[in-house]
Design a protein around this ligand. Structure first.
Ligand code: ZN
Length: 435
């Protein structure tokens, strides 16, 4: 009986009103947690392309334009507001530094360690705040012939743990480099590491998911399964544009982005049920992150602490799928904490729980193969063939370099440059670290 009422409501004029609101898929003007343990409402809302997130055993989050709350109310849904309106919530948030304070802390670290850290402003947020990244490498001011790796945190402004962990990770990398910790020396001496603590300073400053324009940045990227399938920054949010323009100048081959609201590594694809290329390897890398994080590898809801994005919930316009599909930069989405704003004094514990995973996952960028050409302006096509005849590519390469994360094995790499040269390289991919 209740379902019939729901169906009738879905056909009501009000429902049409909700759907006709501009950009309902990426709007975050209102956000709620809907209690729906029996998953009765979920299929109906899912079908209507509303912005759903973090499905769990109790229910799910939903975001949308003004009127979403009234809409849910009229549906008879049991839900609670996700905006931090209670005093307790406000006081938790007040313990955290502001985006400006975070940036100052990072800037002073960079200033004190100019031999291995460099700060780059890659754009401005909707409200005019700096979007900055830190490069960590020896010979930091040179573009060396090394694999490139990146971490991006806090694209959802209210998922704050990642931002704090990135700052602590940067400080820890510096400290352990000075102490000559062998693993950190390997990471910094043989990798170009890029860390973006906050992709959405407007959202974190305003304690909300969307950017200064109430848009969900993780629904704002080109998507190979939708009509928005051209890899161009035009018409997107400034934060999305900044990341896209930056990515186009680099050659990242492995990355992760950090969220909050669960404890699991979510791997591609998010946008289709089809398997992503090298899914076996992607699952191994995801497990490699989850394996050392308490509450993740032993998560009751997600066996082993990993989940395929699409099988959890379908999203279009996400960053990880864009990164892997358009740039061959294998990216996973790490959900760090069940609570989006845990008490600030718990942050050191979160860091301790994740510190090994952060470094071990990063070092996996060395399980790959590629080449660096003398001419940094060279571009073209690459095909890789493994000894057991698995073929990968053709892939585009640019900036005279190419590196791809691969299963362990022997590979033949065939290169065709735009200027007409053909080259062949033999490469061995192992899981041992560079010396
Ligand atoms: Zn998120």
């Amino acid at each position: 009986m209740k379902i019939i009422t729901l169906l009738l409501l879905f056909m009501s004029p009000f429902y049409t009103f909700a759907l006709k609101s501009e950009d309902h898929l990426s709007s975050t003007e209102e956000g709620y947690f809907v209690f729906d343990s029996e998953k009765k409402l979920l299929p109906l809302l899912h079908q209507q392309d509303l912005n759903i997130d973090h499905i769990n055993e109790k229910g799910f989050e939903i975001y949308g334009p003004h009127g979403l709350g009234t809409f849910l109310h009229d549906l008879g849904a049991n839900f609670e507001d996700l905006t931090p309106h209670t005093k307790r919530w406000q006081s938790l948030i007040a313990e955290y530094p502001t985006p400006k304070e975070v940036q100052e802390r990072v800037e002073s670290l960079v200033k004190m360690n100019p031999d291995i850290l460099e700060l780059e402003i890659i754009g401005k947020s909707h409200q005019g705040q700096d979007l900055y990244v830190v490069k960590v490498s020896d010979n930091v001011s040179f573009d060396e012939a090394e694999p490139e790796f990146k971490y991006i945190a806090n694209m959802h402004g209210d998922e704050i743990v990642g931002r704090e962990l990135m700052v602590l990770f940067l400080e820890d990398l510096v400290k352990r480099y000075r102490e000559k910790d062998p693993k950190v020396l390997t990471a910094i001496n043989h990798t170009e590491i890029f860390i973006m603590p906050t992709m959405n300073p407007d959202g974190s400053g305003n304690h909300r998911r969307g950017n200064g324009h109430h848009r969900d940045l993780n629904r704002n990227f080109p998507d190979f399964t939708t009509r928005d399938n051209v890899n161009t920054p035009q018409g997107r949010e400034p934060e999305t544009q900044a990341v896209m323009n930056w990515q186009a100048t680099r050659n990242f081959s492995l990355s992760a982005n950090f969220h909050g609201g669960s404890k699991v590594v979510n791997y591609p694809w998010d946008t289709t049920a089809e398997q992503a290329p090298l899914t076996g390897l992607i699952k191994e890398l995801s497990s490699h992150y989850a394996a050392t994080v308490p509450g993740m590898f032993d998560n009751q809801y997600f066996p082993g602490g990993i989940v395929n994005g699409y099988s959890w919930y379908h999203i279009d316009g996400g960053m990880q799928d864009w990164s892997y599909y358009f740039h061959n930069d294998l990216q996973v989405t790490v959900e760090l904490s069940n609570s989006k704003w845990p008490s600030y004094d718990r942050i050191p514990q979160y860091y301790e729980d994740n510190s090994q995973a952060l470094l071990d996952y990063l070092l996996k960028v060395h399980q790959g193969a590629g080449f660096f050409l003398a001419d940094k302006n060279e571009s073209g096509l690459v095909t890789l063939i493994s000894d057991n005849e698995d073929k990968y590519g053709p892939y585009d390469f640019k900036n005279g370099e190419f590196h791809k994360i691969l299963p362990i094995g022997n590979y033949t790499i065939n290169v065709e440059t735009k200027s007409g040269d053909q080259k062949t390289f033999k490469r061995v991919v192992t899981d041992s670290l560079p010396q």
